[in-house]
Design a protein around this ligand. Sequence first.
Ligand code: ADP
Ligand code: ASP
Ligand code: MG
Length: 438
Amino acid sequence: MQVLKFGGTSVGSAQRIKEVAALIDNGKQKVVVLSAMTGTTNALVEIANYLYKKNLDGANEKIALLEKNYFQVVDELLATEKGKALGIELVKSHFNHLRSFTREPINLYDEKDILAQGELLSTTLMQFYLEEKQIKSHLISALNFMRIDKFGEPDDFYIKENLNREIKQLGESYLIITQGFICRNAYGKIDNLQRGGSDYSATLIGAALEVDEVQIWTDIDGVHTNDPRIVENTHAISELSFDEAAELAYFGAKILHPTCVTPAKIANIPVRIKNTLDPAAPGTLITSNCTKKRVRAIAAKDGITAIKIKSGRMLMAHGFLRKVFEIFEAYKTSIDMITTSEVGVSVSIDDAKFLDEIVDDLKKYGTVDIDSDQVIICVVGDLIADNKGIAASIFNALKEVPLRMISYGGSNHNISVLVKAEYKKTALVALSQNLFND
Ligand code: ADP
Ligand code: ASP
Ligand code: MG
């Protein structure tokens, strides 16, 4: 069995949905995980924002516009009278559901419900199309098996039990369709696995079913050596280790959800990245036993804040770092990078929601300086200390870029530096030119 996940662009129009249907109809047993059609989740976020601001006209206008697009998709996707009628009914019911939120102020639960409509629509439209084409398939709702616990972490046991039960009930089944991204939380309410979370759904499903392979089908021919939106002449990497892929995903390579590699790594299930627009391209294969390469790829993570706590008197006293970390823990704020010296410690965070509170508490232990609008630039590869000269090449490449923090040795796969956002492009381009001009 395999899991195949198709992202927003891959199901972004009636034509694309038809192409995906042709790709998945090959007699092999599989679970197909779909994202919302491209642009839909963003539009739903906007609708929720209008509703939070009590701008009902704005919300209604946006709902009507999106609904119109879906009527168009139905018209192009489904050919028969019956299919078109079913499609129209489906779209009406989801958009009436959205309109039901325009009656009173929305809360966080309502927002999650609003955001879930995109995946519910795309999967049902795919199922209607497959039925029309007489391709035997079953649609199962991710809301029946995908669940996060009260800390927001996937509930692996629940997922495994309930997904296997759902599939068993189907009897003989080769093609199963389900939604990415959406889930229920510990209280049974509709929730999600964060933006881009369909990748995570795919690997969680893959691990729960112990499949042979998880395939992530997207709009590019694999994981590239650098962010192709910023740097020219990047190319697809044929193989990556789980650890390298995890570092790239966590440090900003948008192609993969930050934590989606973990379930595949734990279950040792290969993950293959494929291009829906060019299915014959080999893509990227992520496994535990790929060949090693000194420098594999570069990624960047935006929106970082650096915090420096200076306290000559206390730093070397035992327990100081624990006290500092406890403050971040109290505000559920995770630290990405850390560097220490005799007189101070610098950390970087990507979630500045509780920055004021954190800084207030840190002031008990020393003076605090903040640098916002920073970017982590992360070089990934086989970076064990024995591999001489890599750090020298990286810093030589970055000689024109002021570096706020440097992190090396935390893992064998990652050297990271923190730079001001204005230097991001210069740093990415310089690293690409210096490290990949082989
Ligand atoms: P999907 O909708 O299929 O989940 P995403 O937009 O989430 O697709 O991810 C694919 C996009 O990620 C690509 O179109 C590309 O612009 C961007 N991207 C950023 N970094 C990388 C990288 N290192 N390799 C490939 N794509 C990347
Ligand atoms: N539709 C969701 C999003 O846009 C999930 C995903 O595409 O992976 O974030
Ligand atoms: Mg994505």
